[in-house]
Design a protein around this ligand. Structure first.
Ligand SMILES: NC(=O)c1ccc[n+]([C@@H]2O[C@H](COP(=O)([O-])OP(=O)(O)OC[C@H]3O[C@@H](n4cnc5c(N)ncnc54)[C@H](OP(=O)(O)O)[C@@H]3O)[C@@H](O)[C@H]2O)c1
Length: 326
């Protein structure tokens, strides 16, 4: 029986990785502080990775260790203290390690941000340093770099914003950011969990879907949400002048990026596909996200997007005629 240790295992992605491994018949141990439950069938070992001896209660060796930490120090320490006991070690990094967000179609060899283990270093710098620590394990190491992860229960509320916005609008128009030349690229959380649980790849792999025009991605979500109205497209300058943010956070339009970030949503995924990565059809992913948004509530307070009232105020000020996305 495969023995797996997940450093984490109770978060959004890592609990799905744990469940996937359990479904495949593995014995799964999750090391976490215990603020959330482990999936049924997994064993929780309580440890605080910022504490004195977090791994003291862990016994034995593992066929696979998975780490999802965003702290370079935590990742490096885990490799130091547990690396000798793992046949394979998979680290969930991010496409945010890449320094160049302009070049279109870059692969895993693209330059990364300078790495830093400093606790106050940027996310990309810490992920790069964490990758370096894991890469020291040589051909036992797999570094998975996801792009925007989407799916049921997404705590970031980003991709789901569009499902909620189209679902709540019905026949009315939806406000969209500038679309010309913009792309979108996502990975379904379940596809990612399946890959992390089962891939035998080594080295670094971008875990991303195909890059498609942003207008096409929004049209897929719109279709899944049953929206029958049009859209109204606002310009970059108009939105920024009204304090609408790019990408994430409150009062934002998720998936919208600054015009010069032409490469961010165009990463190559050939290695992912060649090493066992599977991609759900986008309309199936969108349907799952719409269903989840309807259950969670399209008017709930969100971590990302516009509230219904904010969007209505912006649409009233923008005026103009609605049009189709394509
Ligand atoms: N969302 C995206 O679009 C996106 C894109 C690219 C990459 N990623 C990466 O995807 C991963 C997300 O994983 P996730 O959803 O499972 O993260 P998460 O929800 O933040 O969960 C973190 C896990 O680590 C545990 N943990 C946190 N602090 C700990 C500590 N001090 N000691 C021991 N355990 C600790 C948590 O449990 P306790 O709190 O109980 O300790 C939990 O099990 C991250 O690596 C992120 O960088 C995300």
């Amino acid at each position: 029986m495969t023995k797996a240790l997940i450093l984490g295992g109770t978060g959004w992605l890592s609990s799905r990785i744990a469940r996937r491994l359990l479904d495949e018949g593995a014995a799964v141990t999750c090391l976490a502080r215990g603020t959330r439950p482990v999936p049924p069938g997994a064993t929780l070992v309580v440890g605080d990775r910022t504490g004195a001896d977090p791994y003291a209660a862990l016994d034995g060796e593992w066929d696979l260790v998975v780490d999802v930490s965003t702290s370079a120090l935590q990742v490096a320490r885990a490799v130091d203290e547990l690396g000798d006991r793992a046949a394979r070690w998979t680290f969930v990094s991010s496409v945010s390690v890449y320094a160049d967000d302009e070049t279109v179609g870059a692969d895993e060899s693209a330059p990364r941000h300078p790495s830093s283990r400093a606790e106050d270093a940027d996310y990309g710098a810490q992920k790069a340093a964490a990758e370096d620590a894991v890469a020291a394990l040589g051909d036992r190491a797999l570094i998975v770099r996801p792009g925007l992860i989407v799916g049921k229960g997404d705590p970031s509320d980003r991709f789901g914003y569009w499902a909620a916005a189209f679902a709540r609008a019905g026949e009315r128009p939806v406000l969209v950011p500038p679309l010309a030349g913009r792309t979108a690229q996502i990975v379904d959380v379940d596809d990612l969990a399946a890959y992390v649980a089962s891939s035998r790849a080594v080295d670094a792999v971008n875990a991303v879907g195909d890059s498609i025009p942003l207008a096409d991605m929004l049209e897929i979500v719109r279709g899944a949400a049953g929206h029958t109205g049009g859209v109204r497209e606002a310009s970059e300058e108009w939105l920024r002048a009204r304090s609408v943010e790019y990408w994430m956070g409150v009062r934002s339009l998720p998936l919208w990026l600054p015009a010069d970030m032409t490469g961010f949503m165009t990463r190559r995924n050939e290695r992912f596909l060649a090493t066992g990565g599977a991609l759900s059809p986008l309309d199936a992913t969108a349907a799952r996200v719409v269903a989840d948004e309807l259950v969670r509530g399209v008017d709930r307070p969100r971590r990302a997007g516009l509230s219904r009232a904010e969007e209505a105020d912006l649409l009233a000020e923008l005026g103009g005629r609605s049009r189709s996305l394509r």
